[in-house]
Design a protein around this ligand. Structure first.
Ligand code: ARG
Length: 270
């Protein structure tokens, strides 16, 4: 495999995973969750990355923070800089200092957020731009700070469907120039921007998005996505990607999939 495709990821074992509160429409605190199964499914995701040659680093999970498994929300890392997260929900607030400490120990130049921003859940590098979600979690003023910190043009993406509350539930970056997304998850203006920037994008169906199929991780060649998103997988194979389906049924009960569990530690220039 082409060594340039190898990536560096941060993950957090779901040791203390639970659905104790509801901060998105996927979460039902009365429904049972099998933590052991969640851990086994997460281990399979980690193994898949390792088999693909990617480096997986881990942050120590903390008790009382059941959503800490969703490492993508811990911050945004690009070119040696880390923008720390500031969570909207008080239940997740204590995750922010834990991730910040990890970034500091790992040697990143850490920037402190002035506004709510939920890291790579809402901020994705694609086509030389930072696409930045807002509407449910990340506050719009955070976008300007991201542009100052990273020096990439930031494009605001207005999310309109509460089921797709983070950008990474509605849009997947496939490679430097290609994305897949669910048009209906975005405002008309944001849809127009996406059409203009990515005329060849893969347009996902609601059926695939509704199993969090767009919460996928691509290295430009292989796409790791929820096993249930069979239609999207077929679309991606038609475009020449190799797809790897992973069952994260337990973590989906919290509204998360493979991408949510994965923070990319991007070098810049990608
Ligand atoms: N229960 C978590 C929340 O609502 C799920 C986070 C999923 N993360 C993501 N990057 N989409 O905050």
């Amino acid at each position: 495999m082409d060594a340039t495709r190898h990536q560096r990821f941060l993950m957090c074992r779901p040791t203390y995973f639970a659905v104790d509160y509801a901060i998105n429409p996927w979460m039902d605190p009365t429904a049972p969750v099998d933590v052991d199964l969640a851990i086994r499914q997460w281990e399979q995701l980690r193994q898949t990355y390792r088999d693909l040659g990617h480096a997986v680093e881990e942050i120590t999970p903390l008790p009382g923070l059941p959503d800490m498994v969703f490492a993508a929300n811990g911050g945004t890392v690009l070119g040696g800089r880390a923008m720390a997260a500031q969570f909207r929900a008080p239940q997740r607030a204590d995750e922010a200092p834990a991730y910040r400490a990890w970034f500091e120990a790992a040697g990143f130049e850490v920037h402190h957020p002035k506004h709510v921003n939920e890291g790579e859940g809402d901020i994705l590098l694609a086509g030389g731009h930072l696409l930045a979600g807002t509407g449910f979690r990340t506050a719009h003023p955070a976008h300007a700070q991201l542009q100052e910190v990273f020096g990439y043009p930031v494009l605001t993406m207005q999310l309109v469907d509460p089921r797709f509350y983070h950008l990474d539930t509605a849009l997947t970056v496939l490679d430097e120039h290609t994305i897949a997304y669910l048009p209906e998850a975005f405002s008309p203006g944001s849809q127009a921007v996406l059409r203009r920037l990515f005329p060849d994008a893969v347009l996902a169906s609601m059926a695939d998005a509704a199993v969090l199929g767009l919460n996928a991780v691509s290295d430009g060649q292989h796409v790791v996505l929820p096993a249930q998103a069979t239609g999207l997988a077929a679309q991606l194979r038609e475009r020449g990607y190799q797809t790897i389906g992973i069952d994260l049924s337990e973590l989906r009960k919290a509204g998360g999939g493979p991408k949510c569990c994965t923070l990319r530690l991007l070098q810049g220039g990608e």
